[in-house]
Every structure is written in structure tokens, then in C-alpha cells.
Ligand binder design. Structure first.
Ligand SMILES: Nc1ncnc2c1ncn2[C@@H]1O[C@H](COP(=O)(O)OP(=O)(O)OP(=O)(O)O)[C@@H](O)[C@H]1O
Ligand SMILES: [Mg+2]
Length: 508
């Protein structure tokens, strides 16, 4: 008798033009934490969607045995009824509902047929405590950053009777501290007997929590490795099919004149104008320079970038912006782009992509004027350009006419990057550019960042992964509670010194 809670046998799943899974076998032992690794587009999310009934029985080949019983889920509801809960890669919360409403959506706490708000908020508060999120249950979701939203997703999963918890890149949006917290949470759920499947591109955290690792490449199971045999090098080799010697490409900076200078940038909370979110931030970027911005979740990095980029965030925004010494305005996105600033967002679903449009149009979207002749978009040119980016960034899709909504998470991210690179800004702000990107593709993206810098652009990178930030930047700013708390050339920056600046509190 095996002690498997789950056995998936010979799973094959085809989309028009794509064989996402080809005869995959996957077994999970009860009570374990089982990790799935693989490159962007390898089929990880698809396998989990097959398991959870997102792709109903009949739309795939193969068998699924859960708790010794063959199952044929027709929907998510069916799998949840058996205790399988999936937290998707793309956050799926309702932006205008409160935290508590989201947690108990379709699972309402009622009394006498009415929603029992006391109970709803009370239970939500205790779940929030369990996941370590210090927010009021009545707070509306769109007030939270993606990192906090992820914690709400976990709380929502815990509100159900979960036996097998599936987490598709749960820590992609979280900083180290919150990731650690989440991983500890998964470990404590394991102690309670809950089995987890975790998909992640962060190999260090896989090593930390996983009992077993299965690597998938091109829709096929490569191997399943027990904890004692897991090494990062072995996983990488399985993933990409070869050894990867360096994590960061060499970068010889050739730093030129100052491009962007921001002085005393201040932005207040959009709803509560008394809260200062970005506090007198002054930074500059020179041609050929890669500048990193470090900060914990909630430090105001994204708020700074978005308020600068077309006042897309915040209220009562003040401060000065200069490009090559000349004062410019960035009051709208169009004005910011016109003045040479582009911002590639961490939240690709809301701001970065139009999921119902194809790859080609998503890439050209911010630069249509470049492709327009006599009022018409030059289709051939648009196609050609998009194809070049597909090749350069290795976007996994049969062609550029595929709708971006059909791409895997990491490949969507590459489309967002292509779009902003093609807009050819003087200064490109990249917010978590490698979030959800596999190790091989990360290297490609770092290479592209280097190439942009070498061509004289100024690059600002916001990243929660400190090793990455220090690995690619020439100079680093630290942000804490909306303020710049320090600035270091990368030679002087160590993880410890930067972390110290990141956690520096305001004198009170
Ligand atoms: N609904 C869909 N329609 C068409 N093709 C799809 C669809 N969903 C996924 N695919 C394709 O199937 C393949 C596997 O995608 P999947 O999302 O499972 O990858 P993944 O391993 O989760 O990658 P990532 O790490 O980037 O999230 C990709 O080539 C993707 O483009
Ligand atoms: Mg995925």
C-alpha cells in the first residue's frame, strides 16, 4: 500500500497548437510538501488546473486518483468539496470587496439566511492573524498591495476544509520576510496534517520546505527527487536541460550624463490624503546606469514609481522631475511616456497587459505612433517587431497572434517587458521584472537590462530579491516608510548593510 494522497497518471492536455502536458505522471505522498519546478511554460499551472477541475474531466486524458478514489472533477467546486484548494498564480480576489467578504465569498457566514457580519469579520480577523496580516477585515482589497493580497488568498484557503493545498507561486510577490513567514505557515499546516503542492521559481525556498521535488520540462516529468538528494544545481539542470554557470551576466558600466532627476517627490494616500506614502524622495539616474531600489513590502517603492509615472497612484503629489537637466511634467501616463519615462509594472494583469489582445498588439500598444503611417498601423512591421521580441526574450508561444491571456505567467511578464523596451524610453523603471520568471529566463532578462544600459538608457529596478538587486545594479537606494534611508554604490552594498537601511524607522 502506498501512502499517496494523490496520483495523476498519464495526464495529457492539449490546447490549440500547444501540447501543454504529454503523459505526465505525478504522485504526492500524504502529509508532505511537494514542490513542482520547471521553466516558464513547462506546464506546471496547467497540471494543477487539471487536478483542481479548472479544466474539467473530459478535456484531458489520463487518470486522477485522490485518497484512493478515482475522481472526475467537473469544476473547482467539485475538487473543493473533496478538500483540494488551489491558490492561483494570478490573484483572483474581488478588488472592490473587503478582505472579509473576499475570504468568505461563496462560503458566506450566515445567520437566519442573512450574512452574519459580526461572525464574518470576527472569523476573518482570526484568519488574518493566522497568516500574519495586520489589516482590518473591512479594508477593501484594492487598498492592498499584491503581497498582502496573497496573504488574503491563503487566509481564504484556510477558511475551507483543506486536505491538499495547492500554491501556484505563492511567494512570487512577497519580500524575504513575508516569504519566510508564509513558508513557516505551510510548514505548520504540514504539522497539522495538511498536504501541500507548491510551485515556485525560488529554489532556495524549495530547498527549505519541500520533502520532494518534481521537475517538469516541456510538458513532461523529468524526475522526482527526494529531499536528501535535492540540490539547486540538479533542479536547474533538470529544468533547462543543461548546467547554468552564472546567475548574473557580467556588466561593465559606462556611466554618462544624468538623465532623470527627481527632487522632493511626495505623494499621499489616494483615499486618505493625510497619509504620506512617498516622503520627499530624491533620486537620480545616469545614462548607462542601473539603479536599484530596495525596500520591504509597503516601503513605498511601487507607490513612488507609479506616482511618478503619470500620477497613476496617490493624491496631493508634489516634487520636481528633470530629464537631462530640463524640468518636465509627468501628470499623465502619456505625458510621462512622451518625456521619456516608461514603467513596467509588477501587477501585469491590471496595468501591464490586455489579456484579450494578442502578443503583437500588447507589445506595440505603448508605441503605436511609431508603427503608424498615414493614420494606419503598419501590420507587417508590427508583426515583425513582435516576432523579434518573441525570439529575443524567448516568449513561449506558437506565434505572436496568440492572446496574452493564454500565455503562462512568466511569458506574460516577458510580453510586458517587451512592450516597454519597444517604447524606447530614456529611463525605464522595472518593478519586479523577474517576478515569476524561471532561472534561465531571468538570465535572459538581466542580459537585456544590461544591453539597454549599454545603449545609454537609465534603468531603475525595483526588486524584493536582494541578491538579484545587488547582482545587477550599479547603485542602490533603500526606501523605508516612504523615505530614502540611504544610497550605496553596489561595491559597498552588502545584504546586511542594505537590509539595515531598509528597516530604518522614522524618528518618532
Ligand atoms: N488556456 C490556454 N490556451 C492555450 N495555451 C495555453 C493555455 N494555458 C496554457 N497554455 C500553454 O500551455 C503551456 C504551459 O503553460 P503553463 O501555464 O502550465 O506553464 P507554467 O509551467 O505554469 O509556466 P510559468 O512558470 O510561466 O507560470 C504554455 O505553452 C502555455 O502558453
Ligand atoms: Mg504557471
Amino acid at each position: 500500500m502506498t501512502n499517496n494522497i494523490l496520483e495523476m497518471r498519464g495526464i495529457t492536455k492539449t490546447f490549440p497548437g500547444v501540447k501543454a502536458l504529454a503523459n505526465v505522471n505525478f504522485e504526492v505522498e500524504r502529509g508532505q510538501i511537494h514542490a513542482i519546478c520547471g521553466e516558464n511554460g513547462a506546464g506546471k499551472s496547467t497540471l494543477m488546473k487539471v487536478l483542481s477541475g479548472v479544466y474539467p474531466h473530459g478535456t484531458y486524458d489520463g487518470d486522477i486518483v485522490f485518497e484512493g478514489e478515482e475522481v472526475a472533477f467537473k469544476s473547482l467546486r467539485d475538487s473543493e468539496a473533496k478538500g483540494i484548494v488551489i491558490i492561483h498564480q494570478e490573484l483572483a480576489l474581488s478588488p472592490y470587496l473587503s478582505i472579509a467578504e473576499n475570504i468568505f465569498l461563496n462560503n458566506e457566514r450566515t445567520r437566519g439566511g442573512l450574512i452574519d457580519w459580526n461572525k464574518t469579520n470576527f472569523e476573518a480577523a482570526s484568519l488574518l492573524k493566522r497568516v500574519g496580516l495586520k489589516e482590518n477585515p473591512t479594508t477593501v482589497i484594492n487598498q492592498l498591495g499584491v503581497g498582502k493580497q496573497q496573504l488574503v488568498e491563503i487566509a481564504k484557503a484556510l477558511s475551507k476544509e483543506v486536505k491538499l493545498l495547492i500554491l501556484d507561486e505563492p511567494t512570487a510577490a512577497l519580500n524575504d520576510e513575508d516569504s519566510d513567514h508564509l513558508l513557516d505557515l505551510i510548514l505548520s499546516l504540514k504539522a497539522e496534517g495538511i498536504t501541500s503542492i507548491i510551485i515556485s521559481h525560488k529554489l532556495n525556498e524549495i530547498k527549505k520546505v519541500a520533502d520532494t521535488v518534481t521537475v517538469i520540462r516541456d510538458g513532461k516529468t523529468i524526475e522526482t527527487i527526494a529531499k536528501s538528494d535535492v540540490t539547486e544545481d540538479r533542479i536547474i539542470k533538470d529544468m533547462v536541460g543543461r548546467d547554468l554557470e552564472h546567475r548574473y551576466p557580467d556588466h561593465e558600466p559606462h556611466i554618462g550624463e544624468e538623465l532623470l532627476r527627481v527632487e522632493d517627490w511626495t505623494a499621499h494616500h489616494p483615499q486618505d490624503a493625510s497619509r504620506v506614502m512617498v516622503d520627499n524622495v530624491s533620486i537620480n539616474v545616469r545614462a548607462g546606469e542601473i539603479v536599484g531600489i530596495a525596500g520591504l513590502m509597503g516601503a513605498g517603492r511601487t507607490e513612488f514609481a507609479m506616482s511618478l509615472f503619470g500620477h497613476s497612484y496617490g493624491s496631493r503629489i508634489s516634487g520636481k522631475v528633470f530629464m537631462r537637466g530640463k524640468e518636465i511634467k509627468t501628470r499623465t501616463v502619456a505625458e510621462a511616456i512622451e518625456n521619456g519615462i516608461a514603467y513596467a509594472t509588477e501587477d501585469r494583469k491590471t496595468f501591464g497587459l490586455n489579456l484579450i489582445e494578442d502578443i503583437k498588439r500588447n507589445i506595440s500598444m505603448a508605441s503605436l505612433e511609431k508603427l503608424t503611417k498615414g493614420g494606419l498601423v503598419d501590420d507587417n512591421e508590427e508583426y515583425k517587431v513582435a516576432n523579434e521580441y518573441r525570439r529575443d526574450l524567448n516568449i513561449k508561444a506558437p506565434n505572436v497572434l496568440v492572446k496574452t491571456g493564454k500565455l503562462s505567467g512568466g511569458n506574460q511578464q516577458k510580453v510586458v517587458l517587451s512592450k516597454w523596451i519597444y517604447s524606447d524610453p530614456d529611463v525605464l523603471i522595472l518593478d519586479e521584472p523577474t517576478r515569476g520568471i524561471d532561472v534561465g529566463a531571468k538570465y535572459e532578462i538581466y542580459t537585456i537590462i544590461n544591453r539597454l544600459a549599454a545603449s545609454g538608457k537609465g534603468i531603475i529596478v525595483i526588486s524584493s530579491e536582494l541578491p538579484e538587486l545587488l547582482g545587477i545594479s550599479d547603485r542602490v537606494y533603500a526606501l523605508s516608510e516612504g523615505r530614502i534611508t540611504g544610497e550605496l554604490p553596489v561595491e559597498e552594498a552588502t545584504p546586511e548593510s542594505v537590509l539595515k537601511l531598509m528597516t530604518m524607522e522614522k524618528p518618532r
